[in-house]
Design a protein. Structure first.
Ligand SMILES: [Zn+2]
Ligand SMILES: [Zn+2]
Length: 263
């Protein structure tokens, strides 16, 4: 009897070890949809997924108002549209911060997996020729060890089959002071921040700029302009999260801001 009990215990321990817990709360995963990367259902239920009507341009939820949203109505945007998985809040925001600032590179998998789902839901997979990650300045890349946008793009490629093309380069250290919280100022500071270094890579193509968070659109604006200038036919955006207000720009994480922050 003891032998059976010991055997059961070792079997149980082996199962525990072989199934890593929820990436957010650590609880054992009771149930997992096919290939879905490890967030328990309780955590998934607490994420503010972008559902229902969204702004036809930036992809922020409209909450019953007419689109485009007030921000997009005020200015023309160079990209066709942007789409996001969830609102930059709660668990989803925490996952992104850990992914970007705490070296939890493995979180690219769940974030990118759901981004791929968003790309499929909005017909981005069929429309796009390539995914273009927002580049990180070389100095930041060295400090962080990885470009979070590239990590996400690779995960999106895994699930959608759309190739990744690193078509953009940074022309200068991003940024300006952290107090640049106004959308217009943020956009001015990003102007000319990117260049498509090899026009042959983008000419005539529909490209999806991949980034972690969209708030003011300053990054996607600047990236889109660089790609269109180099001859791209059309630019779309795909992000893990949309920030709802400019207040999100104040939240630069422990590095004291990402430079490109969360525009
Ligand atoms: Zn959980
Ligand atoms: Zn909008």
């Amino acid at each position: 009897m003891n032998a059976v009990r010991r055997w059961l215990r070792s079997l149980y321990e082996a199962m525990e070890l072989s199934s890593p817990g929820c990436l957010f709360c650590g609880r054992p995963l009771q149930y997992r949809r096919e290939q879905e990367p490890g967030l328990c259902l309780a955590c998934q239920d607490r994420i503010a997924w972008v559902q229902g009507e969204v702004c036809p341009r930036c992809g922020k939820p409209l909450h019953g108002r007419d689109g485009p949203c007030a921000d997009c109505a005020r200015r023309p945007v160079p990209f066709a549209f942007n789409r996001a998985v969830a609102v930059y809040d709660g668990i989803w925001k925490e996952l992104i911060l850990q992914f970007k600032f705490y070296g939890r590179r493995e979180l690219a998998r769940p974030l990118g997996w759901w981004m791929a789902g968003t790309a499929m839901r909005w017909g981005i997979r069929e429309r796009a020729h390539a995914l273009v990650p927002v580049p990180l300045h070389p100095r930041r890349l060295e400090r962080r060890g990885y470009n979070q946008a590239l990590e996400l793009a690779i995960q999106v490629r895994e699930r959608t089959g759309v190739p990744v093309v690193e078509a953009l380069a940074r022309t200068r250290e991003p940024g300006g002071p952290q107090s640049l919280r106004q959308a217009a100022a943020r956009r001015r500071s990003m102007r000319g921040a990117f260049v498509a270094w090899e026009p042959a890579l983008v000419e005539g193509l529909t490209l999806v700029v991949v980034d972690d968070v969209y708030t003011t659109g300053a990054t996607l604006d600047a990236a889109s302009r660089a790609l269109l200038r180099a001859g791209a036919r059309e630019v779309l955006g795909l992000v893990a999260a949309v920030g709802l207000t400019d207040l999100d720009l104040a939240d630069g994480g422990p590095e004291g801001g990402d430079g490109r922050g969360h525009p």
